[in-house]
Design a protein around this ligand. Sequence first.
Ligand SMILES: *Cc1c(COP(=O)(O)O)cnc(C)c1O
Length: 423
Amino acid sequence: MDDASRKLFEKSRALVPGGVNSPVRACHNVDSLPLFIAEAHGCHLIDADGKNYIDFVLSWGPMILGHDAAPVTEAVCSAAKRGTSYGAPCPDEVALAEAVVAAMPGLEMVRMVNSGTEATMSALRLARAATGRDKVLKFIGCYHGHADPFLAAAGSGVATFSIPGTPGVPQSVVADTLLAPYNDLAAVEEIFAVHGPAIAAVIVEPVAANMGLVLPKPGFLEGLRALTTQHGSLLVFDEVITGFRVAFGGAQARFNIDPDLTTFGKIIGGGLPVGAFGGKRRYMELVAPQGNVYQAGTLSGNPLAMAAGLATVRALAVADYGALEARTSAFATALRDILAAKGVPVQMPTLASMFCPYFCEHEVTDFAGAKACDQKLFTNFYKQMRAQGIYLAPSGFETGMVSFAHTEDDFSRTLDAARKVAL
Ligand SMILES: *Cc1c(COP(=O)(O)O)cnc(C)c1O
C-alpha cells in the first residue's frame, strides 16, 4: 500500500529537510506518511500509486474551482506559449488588479507579490511606514505566513511581550509583536491601553482558518475596526484564505468591515504562486516607486500566474457562492451527525465552503479551545478516512475545504466512508 509514495518519501528525506517543501505536508501530526500526488482533476487527487482520493484540502485553499479547471488550464497553457516571464509589466497584471479591486470593497489599489507570506510582511512594512510606529498586534493561533515578526507565541493568555515560536527569529524582532487571544476584544482593549501610541497595525484572519475553523464572534471584527481607528492604527485583514472564499468580496464584504489594508494569496493565484496586498490609496501610494516604502519581486506579476489568477477570479465572479455554501453546510451537518452517533464529542463549525471536525464538547472560539480538542481521535478519524480514499487536511488545526467541483456523489461517498470509521 502506498508503495510509490513511500519510496519517493524515502528518497526525498535524504535530499529535502523532512522530505517535504512545507512542514505540515509531512503528516507528522496524524502519525502518517505523505502521499505523493501525480495528478489532480476536479476534486480528485491521484497519487503516485494510482490511487484516487476525494480532496478536501484543495492545496490548502487555492483550488476553489477544483483542480485542472478548464478556464484556468487553458489560460495557463496559452500564456506559457507567449513566454513565462518578462521582468516587465504585462497586460494581465492590469486586468487582475482591476478585477481584484472591483471585487473587494476595501481596496483602491493593489500590489502583486508571489506568496501570502510576502503579502503580509509587505503590508506590515507599509503599516509601520504609514504610522511611524513599530508594534503589531496579532492573535494567538492565527497564521500570517513565515516572516519573522509573525512567528511569535504567547507564554500565556495576553502577553505584552513575546517569545519567538521558532529558533532563528531574534528576540528583538518579535519584541514588537503583541499577542491576544482570538475573539477577545477586552484583551485587545487592555493592550491598546498600554501600547496604543506604539501600535502600527492589528492583523487578523477575519475568519480564523489556521487553528481549525474559528468564526469571529459578533462584534469582534467591528470592535477591532473601532479600536484601531480610535488609536490611529491600521486594521489589516489577512484574507489569504478568506478572500474569494467566504464570499466573492472576501470577509470584508461578508461582514461589512472596511479594513485599511488587505492581504491575499491562495485563490488569487488559481494554484500558481501569487499573493497580493492592497488597500486605501493614501497608504498604497507610499509603496515604491510611487512612494519610498521599498517592495519588489523579480517574478511578481508573472504572466503565467496572472493568467491563472485572472481566469479564476473571472470564473468566481459568476459562480454561485450561495449554492456552494448550502451544499457544504448540508454535508458538514451530516458528517457531524454521523460522528456524534458514534458517541464521540464532536463540533463541526462551518462557514461558506469550509468545515472543521473538532473532537471536543466545547464550542471552539480561540486557539486554547482548539488545542483542548482530542487530537488522538482526529488522527484515528484521519487515518481511516484516508484508507478509504478521503483526503482530509493532516492536522486538527486546519480547515476542510470544499470546491465548486465537489458533487453530491463525492459528498455521499465521503459520508459513507465516515459511517465505516470506528472511533
Ligand atoms: C497560507 C496563509 C498565509 C501564507 O501564505 P503562503 O502563500 O503560504 O506564504 C498567510 N496568511 C494566511 C491566513 C494563510 O492561510
